[in-house]
Write a protein that binds this ligand. Structure first.
Ligand SMILES: Nc1ncnc2c1ncn2[C@@H]1O[C@H](COP(=O)(O)OP(=O)(O)OP(=O)(O)O)[C@@H](O)[C@H]1O
Ligand SMILES: [Mg+2]
Length: 457
C-alpha cells in the first residue's frame, strides 16, 4: 500500500528517523512529531491511517492522546509503544482504543508484522466500502446498449476520455438517457478504477450539508460537528467524483467547485489548511446550463471549466433504431430477475414502441418492458400490456412493415368492420378531406366515395 500514511509520535529523534528510513523504503508516507501537541496538529492535517505512539512524551502522556486521536478519527489504527515491562500501561492503551502495542526496544521485524496485519485490515475495509458504494461496480461500456451512429459516437468518445488524463467531464442529456450509467462506465474503464467512485446528488442535499459532505469538516465547525470528518472529495482521492444534477448547486458551492477544479485543493468546513487531491470530476445535468447562466443561476466560468469534455446523450426518439436492441436487452434482464422465459416481442408491439416519443427516454422504455414482462403469460410481449398512453399512438405507420400493423385476435374479426374503421380513422385524421384521405390510402377519390357510401360513414 504505497499511499499508506503513518504518523510517528515520539520525542526520540532516532526512533522517528528509523521509522522514516524503514517504512519509507516500503513506500509508505511517514510523518513524524516529537510531542503530543505537534502530533495532534499533524494528525488533524493529514489524517494518517496508522499512528505509532510513544507513551513517554513531554507535557502529555501518549496514553492520554489515544482518546483524542480516536475522537477525531475513530478509524485510525494506533500502535502504542511503551517501555519493556510496563504491561499494565499497554493494556490500558488497548482499552482506550489502541489497536496493538509494541515493547521498546523493538526490532523492525516486529513493526512489520503489526503493520502487515493492519494493512490487511485496511484493504478489507476499503473493499467493503467500495462494494457498498459501487453496486454496479462492473458496469463497463459494453453494457451500454446502442448501435446507432449517435450512440456509437458517444461511446467512442467516452472511451477515449475515460483513458485520458481528462480531469473534468460534463454529461448532458434529458432525464433517463443514461448519464448515470455512462459516468460509472467512464470510471470503471479508467486507470482510476481501483479507487472510489463517489456519487453525490447535488439536488437532494441542503446547502450546508452539501458543503460538509463534499469538503468534510473540522471538529466544532458547526453545532453537530462533534468530530472531524473527511468529505467525499477526500474519500474519492485518486478516483472519481460524480456530481449529479450539477445545475442544482447554489452559487456559493459553485465558487468552491470552481476552485477545486482549477487548483485541485480545498479546505474542510471550518478548516485552515489546504488539502490537495487527485480526482476526476464527472458532472451531469438534464438542465439547460446556458439557460441557467442566462438566469444568473449558474456561473459561466464554472460552465466553461466543466465543458472541456462534454458529452450529450441523445434523447431516445433521436436514435429509435436502438429501441429493438434495448427491448431485447431489457427482456433478458427481466427474464432473469423475475424467472420468466419471454422469447421476444411481437412485431406489432415492437412497432408501437418504435413509434412512441419516449419523453422519459430509456428509463421509460425499461419500465414499460418490465411491466409487460411481468404481465405477459405467453411467449412474446404483446401490446395489450403496454400502458394506454403508449398504445394509443396515432402516428402514421410505415407501410413497408404493413404486416406488423396489427395482431389477428384469436377469436377472429370482421374484415368489413376493419375496412370501415380504417376509412373512418383516415378521414378523421385528414379532418374529412377526402382527397387527402384517398391519397393516404393509395386509392382514387372515386373509390373512396364509393366506400363511404357502402359503409354509410
Ligand atoms: N444505453 C443504455 N443501455 C442500457 N440501459 C440504459 C441505457 N441508457 C439508460 N439505461 C437505463 O435507463 C435507466 C436510466 O438511466 P440513467 O439513470 O443513467 O439516466 P440519467 O440520464 O442519469 O437520468 P436522470 O437525468 O433522470 O438522472 C437506468 O436503469 C439505466 O440502466
Ligand atoms: Mg441520473
Amino acid at each position: 500500500m504505497p499511499d499508506l500514511k503513518t504518523l510517528v509520535i515520539d520525542d526520540e529523534q532516532l526512533i522517528c528517523w528509523s521509522f522514516q528510513q524503514n517504512l519509507g523504503k516500503r513506500g509508505h508516507k511517514v510523518y513524524t512529531a516529537s510531542s503530543a501537541e505537534e502530533g495532534l496538529n499533524i494528525f488533524k492535517k493529514v489524517l494518517p491511517d496508522i499512528v505509532f505512539l510513544d507513551n513517554k512524551l513531554p507535557h502529555m502522556q501518549g496514553l492520554e492522546l489515544i482518546e483524542l486521536l480516536k475522537n477525531i478519527n475513530e478509524d485510525v489504527y494506533i500502535v502504542f509503544m511503551s517501555a519493556y515491562g510496563s504491561v499494565e500501561t499497554a493494556v490500558k492503551a488497548v482499552k482506550s482504543g489502541a489497536y496493538d502495542y509494541i515493547n521498546k526496544p523493538f526490532d523492525f521485524e516486529e513493526i512489520y508484522v503489526v503493520l502487515d496485519k493492519i494493512i490487511q485490515k485496511i484493504k478489507c475495509r476499503n473493499e467493503v466500502q467500495l462494494l457498498r458504494r459501487n453496486r454496479s461496480e462492473h458496469l463497463v461500456f459494453k453494457h451500454i446498449i446502442g448501435q446507432s451512429t449517435e450512440m456509437k459516437n458517444i461511446l467512442n468518445m467516452a472511451e477515449v476520455i475515460s483513458r485520458s488524463q481528462a480531469t473534468t467531464v460534463l454529461l448532458l442529456g434529458e432525464s433517463g438517457t443514461g448519464k448515470d450509467l455512462l459516468a460509472r462506465a467512464i470510471h470503471n474503464e479508467s486507470l482510476r478504477n481501483t479507487k472510489p467512485f463517489v456519487t453525490i446528488n447535488c439536488a437532494s442535499l441542503p446547502e450546508t450539508l452539501l458543503e460538509s459532505e463534499l469538503f468534510g469538516h473540522e471538529k466544532g465547525a458547526f453545532t453537530d460537528a462533534h468530530r472531524q470528518k473527511k468529505g467525499l472529495f477526500e474519500i474519492a482521492d485518486g478516483g472519481t467524483v460524480f456530481l449529479d444534477e450539477i445545475g442544482e448547486t447554489s452559487l456559493a458551492v459553485q465558487v468552491k467547485l470552481l476552485n477545486i477544479i482549477e487548483n485541485r485543493v480545498f479546505r474542510r468546513v471550518g478548516g485552515t489548511v489546504d488539502i490537495n487531491i487527485d480526482i476526476r470530476i464527472i458532472a451531469a445535468t438534464n438542465q439547460d446550463l446556458q439557460e441557467l447562466i442566462h438566469l444568473k443561476k449558474f456561473r459561466e466560468d464554472l460552465f466553461y471549466r466543466l465543458k472541456v469534455f462534454q458529452l450529450t446523450l441523445p434523447p431516445l426518439r433521436e436514435h429509435r433504431e436502438d429501441i429493438p436492441l434495448l427491448i431485447k436487452f431489457f427482456i433478458e434482464n427481466f427474464n432473469n430477475q423475475f424467472r420468466k422465459s419471454i422469447k421476444g416481442i411481437t412485431p406489432a408491439a415492437e412497432m408501437i414502441l418504435m413509434q412512441y416519443d419516449w419523453p422519459g427516454n430509456v428509463r421509460e422504455l425499461r419500465n414499460v418492458v418490465e411491466r409487460a414482462v411481468l404481465l405477459e403469460s405467453g411467449e412474446y410481449l404483446q401490446a395489450v400490456h403496454f400502458p394506454v398512453e403508449i398504445r394509443k399512438q396515432d402516428q402514421p405507420l410505415d407501410t413497408k412493415n404493413i404486416n406488423t400493423w396489427f395482431e389477428i385476435p384469436d377469436e377472429g374479426f370482421s374484415l368489413y368492420e376493419l375496412e370501415k374503421e380504417i376509412i373512418k380513422q383516415t378521414l378523421f385524421k385528414t379532418k374529412n378531406n377526402q382527397t387527402k384521405a384517398a391519397k393516404m390510402m393509395g386509392i382514387s377519390r372515386d373509390a373512396l366515395r364509393y366506400k363511404i357510401k357502402k359503409y354509410r360513414i
